[in-house]
Design a protein around this ligand. Structure first.
Ligand code: SF4
Length: 398
């Protein structure tokens, strides 16, 4: 890609390296109404003063990157958080305008906003988003059971979640994803399946179903230390994952990644881009970027983030990703997807044959029905997806 300044001289060419792919843009919105008990994402309770500061800095960062990368073409924009739907529409419009001024939008590009049901209660909100060109929503239901939602510390109930979804549809959104969590305290297979069925009745185009994981520094971590949280047994969790995935597939949702299901034509192009190893630019506090072989993380706290943007040194403290790290990431990311790892891509990248290099591990995984190899791809089976972390580690690292 001509015209990149020396620091970002590497071309925006990733994936299989054969075609130029457009940059993915992620905007981190670090504000929430309250903090959920399981959450380890970087966000804080909303306050006007910090939000105004954030807006000013974010707009400056967008301009800075647009100039530095010389108005690159972008393929997707994803507003994540945090709770992006806490941004008032007219402020969101300012961000969209800045993006349009400093980056080149591609035709029909996917623009997603993560929303939480407690923050979106009127039709005009969704209509305004659509009028700005935002064409995909990801709504955080997590559960439809009010007791589960209280346990998770979510600031909404099941009814509000359904109402938010219906308003978005009424406004005209034709691409909606719903986030759900399974493996909650005291949850049984039956209640998980009941919820999943209720969600499928709404006919979303996309579903993300994550298994609950207890993250460091969260209230759930402390609770797990101090009391019995009555998390479902491993065998029960395995059934939730397997039966849930089979049910969704029977209802026309393709499991295109371990936790993600979509109707034909509705995979998340932004997330698929991450798994394909495309370049991405993250803006906002704590956002991560990978451009060429360079990876960098924005400062987490507002004062440091603001200083880095105003001083123009944001992104200058980067990690150089060597070929070995790139190859490990290719294995780790592509094996999460249904498409799997293209073995020739690994060979081109490293000069090595993964099947020979890991012969012992590959044979054992294959014998136990955890992987399959066909048409030049290595993929995880459903059972393999259940224990994906250990398989990915054993294939990606020595
Ligand atoms: S709304 Fe989302 S980002 Fe905010 S605290 Fe809850 S889980 Fe975390």
């Amino acid at each position: 890609m001509p015209g990149y300044p020396a620091m970002f001289a590497a071309p925006l060419l990733q994936g299989d390296g054969k075609e130029a792919r457009n940059l993915l843009v992620y905007i981190h919105v670090p504000f929430c109404k309250s903090r959920c008990n399981y959450c380890a994402f970087h966000s804080q309770v909303f306050n006007q003063v910090t939000f105004a500061w954030y807006m000013k800095t974010l707009l400056a960062e967008i301009e800075l990157w647009g100039k530095r990368l010389r108005n690159p073409k972008i393929g997707t924009v994803y507003f994540g958080g945090g709770t992006p739907s806490m941004i008032p529409p007219f402020q969101l419009e300012l961000i969209m305008d800045a993006l349009r001024r400093h980056f080149r939008f591609t035709k029909g590009m996917e623009i997603t906003v993560e929303t939480n049901p407690d923050t979106v209660t009127d039709l005009t909100y969704f209509q305004t988003l659509l009028s700005m060109g935002i064409n995909r929503l990801s709504i955080g239901f997590q559960s439809l059971d009010d007791q589960d939602l209280r346990t998770l510390g979510r600031p909404h109930n099941g009814r509000q979640a359904v109402e938010a979804y219906q308003l978005a549809r009424q406004a005209g959104f034709a691409n909606i994803s719903i986030d759900m969590i399974w493996g909650l305290p005291r949850q049984k297979l039956k209640s998980w399946m009941t919820q999943l069925k209720a969600v499928v009745k709404l006919k979303p185009e996309h579903l993300s179903c994550y298994g609950l994981s207890i993250e460091q520094g969260t209230p759930f971590e402390r609770m797990q230390r101090d009391v019995d949280m009555e998390l479902p047994q491993e065998s029960e969790q395995a059934r939730m994952f397997i039966y849930g995935a089979e049910y969704l597939e029977s209802m026309g949702y393709i499991q295109y990644e371990i936790s993600n299901f979509a109707r034909m034509g509705f995979i998340s192009r932004h997330n698929q881009g991450y798994w394909d190893g495309l370049d991405y630019l993250g803006m906002g506090p704590s956002a991560v970027s990978t451009i060429g072989n360079r990876r960098f993380t924005n400062p987490e706290f507002m004062d440091a983030y603001d200083a880095a943007v105003r001083g123009g040194f944001i992104g200058e403290d980067y990690e150089e990703l060597g070929q070995e790290i790139r190859a490990q990431e290719l294995v780790m990311l592509s094996l999460r997807t249904a498409k799997g790892l293209k073995l020739s891509q690994y060979r081109e990248m490293t000069g090595r044959d993964l099947l020979k290099e890991k012969r012992g591990v590959v044979n054992a995984l294959h014998k136990n029905g955890l992987i399959k190899i066909s048409a030049g791809y290595l993929r995880l089976t459903k059972n393999g997806m259940l224990v994906s972390n250990s398989i990915l580690q054993s294939l990606a690292f020595d």
